[in-house]
Write a protein that binds this ligand. Structure first.
Ligand code: NAP
Ligand code: GDP
Length: 346
């Protein structure tokens, strides 16, 4: 970095990626302004756990409030803006399709309009997603693989993605879209499948629950990486002379049931699958106890069966490389949740 300290605004600062990115940018010497939405309860737990809460300036922000977004750009004219805010859970997007579209689709258009009008030099990062590939039209998925979203979330994110491409081409904005495949960490929300598994197994292990973990589709495949690795790719995109679109992925894929088995191993469970479909259970061979069972309530109206991304372009152009592999990620999440469970803070 040159002499002048750079300013980065991060929306979604209270979320999984917000914390990792803020930490990364603070270490690079940035002034970090975190954008959060007001809540009646404390949503800063992750920033406190990262130990960076008091190093971040906080400002009110909501994706659905255009006037607020315009004021932020007028005031800060930041060097970089990372849009990590979103209604990010696919499952909820069928329950709240209109809000999801307003926040994840139109909200991004608000930001692009505000940049165009008040801060055209700001470099913009949009958190796009592998969910845009949905019913995949090619394996592995690359930047030029056709999209086929399978949820209101995927559709809304695809609208935002094309707006980013369009504003780049129409108005010369430095606007990049990172098509990130699933990335997880001990800070992942507990409604997502990996963290749902690790948080429940930790409770099982310490004896806080004897209820089996209830899951939906065990056969879906995901390309999982570590959030701490993926935020570096976001930053690298904004350091390029020209903005572009990049897939960020691990290049490996695993079934949900494999993650269950792997997390189980860390807990000392030896899981054997019995029965089929809605009747399927995962039994710990050592104790004979059912530790997992299928509950069709968690099936989705339309499923994304397979995600497998190619990070070749990000590796070649950005020089990005993931450091944490799938097994280490699973172990990291499981061990952290066991530690939290023992401390009674899970
Ligand atoms: P996350 O943990 O769910 O965080 C989402 C953040 O957005 C939270 O800070 C949340 O605030 C905020 N938010 C939600 N609605 C908002 C609104 N209307 N206005 C302002 N802020 C709002 O998600 P994440 O895993 O960090 O993901 C970051 C971004 O990457 C998201 O856009 C997500 O869709 C995208 N993405 C994630 C993955 C992944 O695997 N993690 C993959 C591809 C793309 P509260 O704390 O107040 O709820
Ligand atoms: P997504 O890829 O962004 O939807 O991330 P999730 O972690 O929410 O879901 C990943 C996959 O796990 C999807 O194919 C889900 O259908 C599958 N899955 C199976 N059981 C569950 C469950 O109980 N909760 C969630 N969230 N996903 C589940």
């Amino acid at each position: 970095m040159g002499n002048k300290q750079k300013t980065a605004l991060i929306s979604g600062i209270t979320g999984q990626d917000g914390g990792y990115l803020a930490k990364f940018l603070l270490e690079k010497g940035y002034r970090v302004v975190g954008l959060y939405r007001r809540a009646s309860t404390d949503t800063f737990g992750k920033l406190k756990e990262h130990g960076i809460f008091d190093k971040i300036e906080l400002r009110d922000f909501d994706l659905v409030e255009f006037s607020n977004i315009c004021r932020l750009f007028k005031k800060y004219q930041p060097d970089e803006f990372y849009n990590l805010a979103a209604q990010s859970f696919v499952g909820v997007s069928w329950e709240e399709p209109i809000y999801t579209t307003q926040a994840d689709g139109i909200g991004v258009l608000f930001i692009l309009e505000a940049i165009r009008e008040f801060s055209p030099k700001t470099r913009f990062y949009q958190a796009s997603t592998s969910e845009m590939f949905g019913k995949v039209q090619g394996v592995p998925q690359k930047e030029d693989t056709p999209f086929y979203p399978r949820s209101p979330y995927g559709v809304a994110k695809l609208m935002a993605h094309w707006m980013v491409v369009n504003y780049r081409e129409s108005f010369g904005l430095h606007a990049s879209s990172g098509i990130l495949f699933n990335h997880e960490s001990p800070m992942r929300g507990k409604e997502f499948v990996t963290r749902k598994i690790t948080s429940h197994f930790a409770q099982t292990l310490i004896g806080a629950t004897d209820k089996p973990l209830e899951l939906g589709n065990l056969n879906a495949k995901r390309d999982w990486g570590f959030a701490g690795d993926y935020v570096e790719a976001m930053w690298l995109m904004l350091q390029q002379e020209v903005s572009d679109t990049y897939v960020v992925a691990s290049g490996t894929t695993h079934m949900i049931r494999e993650f269950v088995e792997e997390a189980g191993k860390v807990c000392g469970f030896d899981i054997e699958w019995q029965g089929k479909d809605e009747k399927e259970t995962g039994v710990d061979k050592k104790t004979g106890k059912i530790v997992v069972k299928v509950n069709p309530e968690f099936y989705r109206p339309a499923e994304v069966e397979l995600l497998l991304g190619s990070p070749a372009k990000a590796e070649k152009v950005l020089g990005w490389k993931r450091k944490v592999d799938y097994k280490s990620l699973c172990k990291m999440m499981m061990e952290k949740d066991i530690e939290r469970a023992k401390q009674g803070i899970l």
